[in-house]
Write a protein that binds this ligand. Structure first.
Ligand SMILES: C[S@@+](CC[C@H](N)C(=O)[O-])C[C@H]1O[C@@H](n2cnc3c(N)ncnc32)[C@H](O)[C@@H]1O
Length: 315
């Protein structure tokens, strides 16, 4: 298994600032219930805690907020650089602290991976909207619930490769009737593992799931590849789903599970759309847009301070 990066979702150059945020809070008394040793049971425990905190405080069918809270926490490692338990520090965060952290994480992710911005948008858009004090404190309550259920012992360690926490949270949050109507019953991990072993995926191939959900089959394939010494980051992962939140979760999962950058995901109908071409076109368009923005920024920086001509000032 590969070693844990310090912040699973963050590029290296963005990690220094995160440590400052972590260290800025006073340490709270240790809260250390022992998490279940079975990783699937642990994921369920976190999902139940998140659902209870969210429905208890907000009570709405809106799922982007709790899912994005869990996704944001997935960026934090279990321990800081001195070996201190990050749960102790993060559980004392105010809603403003949590939002500062969330904005910093997702800004860094988007700067590093502009091509996945549209995929992440349904999950993280609300984080960049004008502050809604009540919503922010409810999101913070969800964060504390996930931390108390020891999320960082799962997503902040190599255990994150072994389960689909976001898929579990989405399933627990959604009413059973909605799951049934959408056919959203994700393949159990043991079956996914069996399918992955039978597929025997080699490096540099494409792996496609036209009804990808939160990407559980991709996780299983990556797991098997690592077991036999192959690198899943060499794979092109191609996935589609009509559920935009599931695709957003699959995108976050691709970072949590270290699937690499060759992600071709699409929100749409896999039965009728030319979805793969649409996914590739969107990815290219966003990469191009990000490159243009970088170029324009450099150009504006050059022009900044350049003396304004009289003719320009008049127009
Ligand atoms: C049974 S789940 C399987 C998810 C994933 N492949 C797995 O094995 O865990 C089926 C998924 O198909 C999606 N789905 C249903 N109809 C679809 C369609 N026409 N196009 C794309 N996705 C669809 C649902 O939203 C759901 O996430």
């Amino acid at each position: 298994m590969t070693a844990s990066p310090r912040f699973a979702l963050l590029p290296k150059q963005s990690q220094k600032g995160v440590r400052v945020v972590m260290a800025a809070r006073k340490k709270a008394p240790a809260v250390r219930p022992v998490p279940p040793t079975d990783v699937g049971a642990h994921a369920h425990k976190i999902a139940e805690a998140v659902a209870k905190a969210w429905h208890g405080s907000y009570g709405s069918g809106r799922l982007d907020v709790p899912l994005s809270v869990v996704s944001t926490l997935a960026a934090a490692p279990q321990n800081d650089s001195h070996g201190n338990d990050n749960t102790d520090a993060m559980i004392t965060w105010s809603p403003d602290d949590f939002f500062a952290f969330a904005r910093m994480i997702w800004r860094a992710v988007i700067q590093e991976r502009p091509e996945i911005t549209a995929l992440l948008y349904p999950l993280i858009a609300w984080i960049f909207e004008d502050a809604d004090t009540e919503l922010n404190s409810q999101a913070c309550a969800v964060s504390r619930a996930a931390l108390r259920a020891r999320q960082l012992d799962l997503t902040g360690t190599d255990r994150r490769f072994d389960t689909d926490l976001l898929g579990t949270v989405l399933t627990v949050l959604r009413p059973a009737s909605a799951l049934k109507a959408r056919g959203q019953f994700y393949t159990p991990a043991c079956i996914a593992a069996l399918l992955a072993r039978m597929s025997d995926v080699e490096e540099h191939q494409a792996v496609e799931d036209p009804m990808v959900g939160t990407g559980g089959l991709f996780r299983a394939v990556a797991h098997v590849m690592r077991d036999v010494g192959r690198d899943p980051r060499t794979i092109q992962w191609v996935g589609c789903d009509i559920d935009e939140l599931a695709v957003a979760c699959a995108t976050v999962n691709s970072m949590i599970w270290g699937l690499g950058r060759d992600i071709v995901f699409h929100v749409g109908d896999a039965l009728t759309d030319d979805w793969k071409a649409a996914a590739l076109a969107q990815r290219d368009k966003l990469s191009q847009l990000a490159a243009d923005i970088t170029r324009y920024r450099a150009l504006f920086a050059l022009l900044d301070g350049y003396p304004v001509r009289d003719s320009d000032a008049r127009t």
